[in-house]
Design a protein around this ligand. Structure first.
Ligand SMILES: [Fe+2]
Ligand SMILES: [Fe+2]
Length: 162
């Protein structure tokens, strides 16, 4: 499967996530439904893009924010197979382990992945972790209820699969 990225999207974002975006194992996330109306792949891309934009505006490390956004739900199993409790508390650990298996991630990135479900999980310990935790919740809402926000609308057009 090829990921098609329009020339119009900010190349700075793609540069931060290219390694992850084009990885064969990571692309398996296209096969999992998430938040009813999205795939896990698109959800993570949404979170990564929003996190990257927020990090830039706030003077944080945008590459860390983008990478953590991409990896925060990197779980290669169907969430509906798990109980809600197992899902909420367990999947950040699985995402961190899977991320470590396929990519070199820093301690800061690992902690941010583990903390993305705050307050139903550990306290974020970096500004980038707070950003991703917030972006995850906002993207989950927009995906679930098909709320069109400008950011969402734009990037869905700009990044697709062939
Ligand atoms: Fe998650
Ligand atoms: Fe998520």
């Amino acid at each position: 499967m090829d990921i098609v990225v329009s020339e119009e999207i900010d190349p700075g974002f793609i540069k931060c996530v290219r390694e992850i975006l084009h990885h064969e194992e990571y692309q398996k996330l296209t096969g999992y439904v998430q938040h009813k109306n999205s795939t896990r792949f698109m959800h993570c891309l949404n979170v990564a893009y929003l996190s990257w934009q927020m990090a830039r505006k706030m003077g944080c490390n945008e590459k860390t924010a983008a990478r953590v956004g991409m990896l925060h739900d990197f779980c290669l199993y169907d969430f509906s197979e798990k109980t809600e409790e197992a899902l909420v508390f367990h999947h950040p650990k699985v995402a961190a382990e899977t991320s470590q298996e396929y990519f070199e991630i820093s301690d800061k990135e690992r902690q941010a992945i583990l903390a993305h479900m705050f307050p139903l999980g550990p306290l974020p310990t970096s500004r980038e972790a707070w950003i991703v935790s917030f972006a995850d919740k906002l993207c989950a809402l927009t995906e679930r209820f098909r709320i069109q926000i400008a950011l969402n609308k734009k990037k869905r057009v700009l990044v697709g699969m062939a």
